[in-house]
Design a protein around this ligand. Structure first.
Ligand SMILES: Cc1cc2nc3c(=O)[nH]c(=O)nc-3n(C[C@H](O)[C@H](O)[C@H](O)COP(=O)(O)OP(=O)(O)OC[C@H]3O[C@@H](n4cnc5c(N)ncnc54)[C@H](O)[C@@H]3O)c2cc1C
Length: 436
């Protein structure tokens, strides 16, 4: 039986990572993607670079060499935090495509107009008039993917990115909180400068007035003047993007999967959009492989994908909430009030609680597919932990519950044993395996 043909829509980091993974699994596939229609600069952390390396996106990784020291002015205090890597999205997106071509992935530069889906496959209509067919569809068109199905949305948010050119100088970036939002700004060594304000989508001036309004807002900031000088005070080219956090309730079907921003998009405050899009994409080939090759485990595979996407979304949403809550000067302003309370009041990390430690059956990623295995669920790890560097935890916890922990530990090599003992201590078990 020949392998089903897969269409991947979108060649951003998510689409590219899925395509490379599927290619490695030997699936015939085609990636269809338009080019990004606006200029953008984004800042990424070291873990995005690790994700790109893991995905095999080496040319894209090479675009992120520009490390810039980052200043953060928040709640009236200044911190010179770590550094971030600035990536010019046009160059980055082109490098992703080079990675695909190098891996022998068929890539079509085209805009998708419509998709018709049924149980037997998908018909993808391109703006050129051409129609493509695929038995499986990966939706990776980012925030531009059609909004289908139920979803959760955070506070409605808009980001306005201004860009201008000035004399060359050292690269730098900064974040600054404002009464009605926050601004991210960066300059590249070649003099390209960017300033992005993120705020409530409602209550903005008319579109034609936005460049002047942004210039005026830059004029109010001492940090902007320090970083860019007088050139920043002129109206500049501007692009508006929605940056509302969105999570789809259903990120898969029997013959389709949403990945990256098309499955869930996070608030740009986290600076982790590319990281989260890679995370869902890196697990996707195994999910798709299970849907296609082991349909008896389809429900399990879909559960795996959905749970991980939702869990990651919640983690970023809560991290963002806690960071918004650190800004106290405007805590009662609508922008800050809404975001310091969304998505819920649950703590970022649940404290250790031995009474919550349970063994359950859950989907896990084994090799190239999703299987069911016993995992250990804790208050802080609701999806469960299958193994610690190869040592399955469920048998250890079962031994502990049966009063046979010493024997179970004795069967382990010294290093894995220490690892398991550290984990037990962190859960609140004392040295003898009793609740401490
Ligand atoms: C304002 C803002 C600022 C951000 N800043 C950062 C940041 O600093 N750091 C960070 O890590 N993340 C940031 N992000 C998030 C980051 O941009 C995304 O999370 C990431 O690009 C998502 O990757 P993706 O592959 O899912 O989608 P995308 O990168 O959006 O890729 C989707 C691809 O699909 C193509 N496409 C779309 N529609 C069609 C169509 N109809 N036909 C064919 N192709 C199509 C697009 O051209 C694009 O190539 C920011 C997001 C926003 C909104």
């Amino acid at each position: 039986m020949s392998a089903p043909r897969i269409l991947v829509l979108g060649a951003g980091p998510a689409g590219a990572a899925v395509a490379l993974g599927l290619r490695r699994l030997g699936y015939p596939l085609r990636v269809v993607s338009d080019w990004r229609r606006f200029v953008a600069l984004e800042g990424v952390s070291q873990r995005v670079l690790d994700g790109l390396r893991q995905a095999g996106l080496h040319r894209a990784l090479a675009c992120a060499t520009l490390a810039s020291p980052r200043r953060v002015q928040w709640n009236g205090e200044e911190q010179r935090l770590n550094q971030e890597f600035l990536i010019d999205r046009a160059a980055f997106d082109a490098a992703l495509r080079e990675d695909l071509r190098e891996a022998g992935v068929e890539l079509l530069a085209a805009r998708v107009r419509a998709v018709e889906s049924g149980a037997d496959g998908h018909r993808v209509q391109l703006e050129s008039g051409e129609t493509l067919h695929g038995e499986f569809l990966v939706e990776a068109r980012g925030r531009q993917a059609p909004l289908a199905g139920k979803r959760q949305r955070g506070p409605e948010t808009l980001s306005l990115l201004s860009q201008w050119q000035q004399a060359s100088g050292p690269a730098a970036s900064a974040v600054q909180s404002l009464a009605d939002g926050w601004a991210w700004m960066a300059r590249l060594a070649d003099g390209r400068c960017y300033w992005q304000i993120t705020r409530d989508a409602a209550g903005l001036p008319l579109r034609a007035q936005l460049p002047a309004w942004c210039a005026q807002r830059r004029g109010e900031s001492a940090l902007v003047r320090e970083l860019f000088g007088a050139a920043a005070l002129q109206p500049a080219a501007l692009h508006a993007r929605s940056s509302t956090a969105i999570l789809f309730d259903e990120a898969s079907g029997a013959n389709w999967l949403r990945v990256g921003d098309a499955a869930m998009a996070v608030d740009p405050l986290s600076g982790n959009g590319i990281f989260q899009s890679l995370s869902s994409a890196l697990q996707a080939p195994a999910v798709i492989n299970t849907l296609l090759r082991h349909p008896e485990r389809a429900a399990l595979a879909r559960r795996f994908h959905q749970q991980r996407v939702a869990q990651l979304f919640l983690r970023f949403a809560r991290t963002g909430r806690d960071f918004y809550a650190l800004e106290r000067r405007w805590a009662e302003q609508p922008f800050w009030q809404a975001r310091s309370r969304w998505p819920d009041a649950e703590p970022m990390h649940a404290p250790a609680d031995v009474s919550q430690v349970r063994i359950v059956s859950a989907p896990v990623l084994r090799g190239d597919s999703i299987e069911e295995a016993e995992v250990v669920v804790t208050a802080d790890q609701p999806l469960g932990i299958w193994h610690l560097q190869g040592v399955e935890l469920a048998p250890v916890v079962r031994a502990l519950q049966a009063g046979e922990l010493a024997q179970a530990l004795a069967r382990l090599q010294p290093e894995p044993r220490r690892l398991v003992q550290r984990w037990l201590l962190a859960q609140g078990y004392g040295p003898a395996g009793r609740p401490g």
